[in-house]
Design a protein around this ligand. Sequence first.
Ligand code: SF4
Length: 613
Amino acid sequence: MSDFPFRFDKPRPYQDIMMSEIKSALSEKRSILVNAPTGIGKTDASISAVLEFAMSHGQKVFFLTPKISQHKIAVEVLSGIRKKFGLAISYIDIVGKRNLCVNNKINFIEGESFYRGCDSLVKTKKCSFYSKAKLKGSVDEVAQYAGLGHNMFFDACFSKGICAYEAASDLAKESNFIIADYAHILNPYTKAAFMKRIAGRLENSIIIWDEAHNILGAASSYLSATLSSYSIANAQKELAEIDNRLDITYLEFVLESIAGKRLSGTANAEAYFELEDMNSFMPSGIEEITEQFEKAGLEYVSKTEAKRSSLSHISRFLSALSGADDSCARIVSRRGRDVKLSITSLYPKEPLESLKEAYANVFMSGTLLPLEMYKELLGLKDAKTANLSSPFPKSNKLCLVDSETSTKYEYRSVENYKKIAEKIAVLKNRTNGNVAVFFPSFDVLDSVYRHMGRQVEYIQRRDMRTSAVESMIRDFKSCSDSLMFAVMGGSFSEGIDYSGNIIKGIIIVGIPLERPNLELNSKIAYMNKLFNGKGSEYAYIIPGVVRAAQAAGRAIRSESDRAFIVLMDKRYNWHLYRSLISNFVSVSKSEDNIRSISEFLGKATVTGKAKSE
Ligand code: SF4
């Protein structure tokens, strides 16, 4: 243990195992996938273990996260290590270019338009912040702020009139450790620009992937795009506003023609379409048209100071369309009056190639199970795996299955929804504290809510704004005896901690399996080909169970948290689902759930030294 630059006196239970496992994988030049449940301290463990190896082997380290908010902890770890050991680690926290842009004339613009706008200002030498960043000695003026995180670095650059992105990229060239976003390596466009800018080479780098269960979804999203009749109508308004005569009326015709050819009638439906379906209606080549839309979008945002542009959105769709190969599904759909074309990545082959370029990768998450599946999905057959136990006392959690209900399609009846509502009411009445109920969809939530004979204080609604979500979570956390209804796979059930013993009980209603549609069917079929018939498991069943596990895990976030979990669906007793959910939570048997829960709630929380499960 003494080999590792570790900022605390001693590691927590399992943290030392995690560091040793990473060290051993790196010494064999192998990647490693670590399932590290909440409470292990995986950020400290991964950074300490990777730093120890990287410093003695001249490797650069990337710490990548799916969300900016997760950068903070990495900055704290590195700053703590540097302070304790006085090590010469140079690190920088980089976020997307737009978030490091200090130019108020452009940094409010969203999406592709921002990048095009920045390129244009740089080319025409109209960004003074860029020019200042290029002056000799400018970056040295802000270098001392590099270790304080991107917000303070931005402030320092802003006050000195220097482009924070340019300064951060310059410093990144010399840094041993770069904290950045998934997009910096997984988005092919961003990666090319970023690696060129920092003169980086992945073969001399170790990449730590935080919350690694998100990698496939994130990588796929960078290759997917949509075009709808709604966005075409908006694009026309934008052209009128800037008095641009570009004629895009043919796009409406393209959309309607594809819908007419591929969909029958005017009812809601979906079907596949081919690139040729579009080509035959286009006035010129797709590359030329993409460029026209890109230019017009840029003109619109710079003239009107709008945040985003539908013209740029269409340009992005056209470029995704021209690059779409057999790993993408092209789908046309009609919903009411809106017709939509979608390009959806079924498996992000190209972005995942980056993983193989690195010296090694460390993938970590609290829900990276089954590890063998992720290893196969990430295309790293030689990678090592480590599955660590939860450091929290097992006795602080009671998980039971209620097999008298189900939300499986054939059980969706008023009678069944009434039964679920009654059961939720009984459980809440027996609980002196907050209870959170998570549903597989808003439809099921609404159907059960209709039969609730008691008040539900907090209910997640469709299309809630971020501010409304935050305010509801804050209010729920401040309550001591409330009932909350929310859906699985959303802001209330993932990426949020209800620690401090805020929730005494969690009820999982049903299994949040995705609703079958063409996109899901295509994904399953494509993965069947790639992974030896395991498409349904990998694309449909396991993601659904992981969403349920994420929601079930919300209550126990520290060793003093104590809560019951009820899995309200008979399918959790079926062999397949039972074995999958058991990867995440140990399910107990009970002849009488209510009595077992009452007894559990009557007992005190077990704290103190954590025991292994
Ligand atoms: S060069 Fe920097 S400051 Fe200028 S527009 Fe681009 S990102 Fe913003």
